[in-house]
Write a protein of this length. Structure first.
Length: 156
């Protein structure tokens, strides 16, 4: 008698859930890339500080040759360029992260819409089933009343 609830858009809901999970993974990978970029930027800054400190310590006469000083300054310049490039890369990742988070929010919104529709349809289904059950119980009670009333009429 009772049929089981079936949401016709269940396959679409599963696709929306899968799309949202995919977008979550994309955002997670972007956050990892930003974190790794920041870590690398800190490493570069530390190397640059260390090299500057080494250059200052050796600033006395005769402690470093001119070639060593030039090589050290070249290395510092390279580290600065790497740090600036890493900063630009991090900024690009952060800009892309905003776009990806917006896409994730949209995917979550699409999933929630279908979930709410499913909940409403389930509530409607339960209401129909309760009404059908009430009608059945009413018919059963009416039938018993009629049988007991006719049995009472037959008894002298």
């Amino acid at each position: 008698m009772a049929t089981q609830f079936k949401f016709r858009l269940e396959p679409l809901l599963r696709l929306r859930v899968q799309a949202e999970k995919t977008k979550q993974r994309i955002v997670a990978r972007r956050l990892v890339a930003i974190s790794e970029g920041q870590r690398r930027m800190e490493e570069i800054a530390t190397q640059e500080r260390d090299e500057r400190a080494r250059l200052r310590e050796a600033s006395g006469p005769g402690s470093m040759s001119v070639d060593e000083v030039m090589a050290s300054r070249g290395w510092i310049g390279r580290l600065q360029r790497d740090r600036w490039a890493m900063g630009a890369q991090i900024a690009a990742h952060e800009k892309q992260l905003l776009i990806e988070r917006e896409a994730l929010a949209d995917a979550a919104k699409q999933r929630k819409i279908l979930e709410k529709l499913r909940e409403r349809r389930l509530a409607e289904y339960r209401m129909r089933m309760n009404r059908a059950e009430d009608r059945f119980l009413d018919e059963t009670a009416s039938g018993q009343f009629v049988r007991s009333a006719s049995a009472a009429e037959l008894e002298p």
